[in-house]
Ligand binder design. Structure first.
Ligand SMILES: [Zn+2]
Length: 211
């Protein structure tokens, strides 16, 4: 239902490209391609005249915003008590590590997502890493950082689908999340941005939605 999302209760404030910049235009263009009813496989492929890194940057920011909205819809159900470990079922546990917490550490799901959103915000706000203007060269660590961001965002899908699916259906958010998941999946597959072993916990769902 649109109602759930029209409030746009995001877990974190939305990152926006500034109007008037070429990145903003590219973001609009990516959105327009998607709304034009093209199939997702076509919509994610790199337009001929665009630069690979710009295309990645715009999508990473977009997916960050959308996963934020998705997690926002279940955050009341995802607590230290309900989800003491960031996981995707009993077989998959995700540890957190960053510049401060160097040794990967077991954390609760809400802590993992909070750390992830703070860490990602910091990466995309860093203009050395995510240049605001099209044409500014990207650093060497740009693609590896994007891969890391997308891998971690994918784990939020895993957690939400496996542990909060009932919450999603109850609030009528399932179709929206499925649509977002498909877009995300096609995008990361198109450019091999997430290691295929990460897809394992949602293999069944992916076959149903994406084949
Ligand atoms: Zn949870």
């Amino acid at each position: 239902m649109a109602g759930v999302f029209s409030k746009q209760r995001t877990f974190r404030p939305k990152k926006k490209w500034e109007k008037g910049t070429l990145k903003y235009d590219l973001h609009k263009k990516a959105k327009a391609t998607l709304n034009a009813g093209l199939d997702l496989k076509q919509a994610v492929s790199l337009p001929e005249e665009e630069e690979f890194n710009d295309w990645i940057a715009v999508h990473v920011v977009d997916f960050f915003n959308r996963v934020n909205v998705i997690y926002g819809t279940v955050q009341d159900f995802c607590t230290e008590e309900s989800c003491p470990l960031m996981s995707g079922g009993p077989k998959f546990e995700y540890y957190w590590a960053d510049e401060v917490q160097k040794k990967p550490q077991a954390v609760s799901a809400p802590t993992y997502v909070r750390n992830l959103m703070t860490w990602t915000e910091k990466q995309i706000a860093n203009v050395e890493l995510f240049p605001a203007q099209v044409g500014t060269p990207f650093p060497k660590n740009f693609v590896p950082t994007c891969k890391k961001i997308l891998t971690r965002l994918y784990r939020v899908f895993v957690h939400v689908y496996i542990h909060h699916f009932d919450n999603l259906t109850r609030i009528g958010a399932e179709a929206h999340v499925n649509a977002c998941y498909k877009h995300f999946y096609y995008f990361v597959r198109e450019f091999s941005l997430v290691d295929s072993k990460e897809f394992e916990p949602l293999a069944g769902l992916t076959i149903r939605l994406c084949r």
